[in-house]
Design a protein around this ligand. Sequence first.
Ligand SMILES: [Mg+2]
Length: 235
Amino acid sequence: MSEPEVILFDLDDTIVDFTWNKVSAWRDACELASGRTGADTEALHASIEAIGRRYWADEARSERGRRDLRAAGAEIVATAFEELGVTASTELRRMVSDHYRDLRDGGIRLFPRAIEVLEELRGRGHRLGLVTNGSQQEQRGKIERFDLEGHFEHIQIEGEFGLGKPHDEAYRHALERMGAAAERTWFIGDNIEWDVSAPQRHGMFGVWVDAPGVGLPTGSSHAPDRVIRNIVELL
Ligand SMILES: [Mg+2]
């Protein structure tokens, strides 16, 4: 593949390390819940993880949840309490999920050398765009906090545009706004469907960020054009 004219980036877990402290944040929140209700910390944590996986795997529910992450967290915690037969007030359920969210949000950080990567790619003449799912408040908050805006010619946030990945219109709009031909565009991200396979269907080159380096499960229908563990490898 020839050098791309345009590179479209995902934000969370691609440029910004969003989930590195997820497990410890939930554990801490479960300890808080355990202290208030007597629920077993480990059982609660396991239940929240399983319910969370189910919750975010459902496309429609996940889209709704992204609009209000705090409400989504409270719903997941409520379901976990219910499944474990633990009685907890709405206030406590909210407190537990907010505790998790505050810890995790406090931990969000850039991947090492992320800014250097963006600057270097721009210096080499590539034009960059950002296409991210999530609410305006959450995503703009991160863009401002890490001063990312100036690196991108086009920033497309699901909550602002009205549609997110993997809706066809999200990719079409990004290409149109960048004035880019799909075959001269790379899409880089950690979500194999949203950031790799869907962009490939639109004619783009799909680069999968496989941070843990676990690879795709055997028999997977996804076929990224390139696999990296960190965007530093783009340099
Ligand atoms: Mg991501």
